[in-house]
Design a protein around this ligand. Sequence first.
Ligand code: FE2
Length: 159
Amino acid sequence: MSELASEHAADFLVQTADLPWVPQGSDNVWFKPVRINLEKGSWVNLLKVAKSGVVNRHRHLAEVEGWVLQGRWHYIEHDWQASPGAYVYEPPGDVHTLVADVEDESEPMMTLFFIHGPIEYMDADGNLAWVETAERKLQRYTDYCREAGIEPKLDGILF
Ligand SMILES: [Fe+2]
């Protein structure tokens, strides 16, 4: 093995089709855990929001990047609408509420999000409700797998 090869982690491939849709905690909102890095506190997830789905108001403590794959959606607090092919950047401190602009039950919005740190979710009064972290994302995934009686896939996803 060359010196260069020993200095970096192994590559991997995740087939998202092999992962379950895990409920995210709001109605009509699910995620697939593509990558979870507990050391850096970051994660990558494929988000799916069906008709009438809303991701509660939250504040990002680190950058977020998104790549829209299917469907349209917007943030109540911003004046743009995301559509397939769009890249979305959210700076640390950004506060927003995601609403899926989905008319067809059979075509939910799907976006790949790269989340570089914790998310503070708020209640209806704007108070802190809970903090979503890489650990919590992993816990949601493994809890769901246990309830569903399926073996969680952690190779590649968790590193
Ligand atoms: Fe967000």
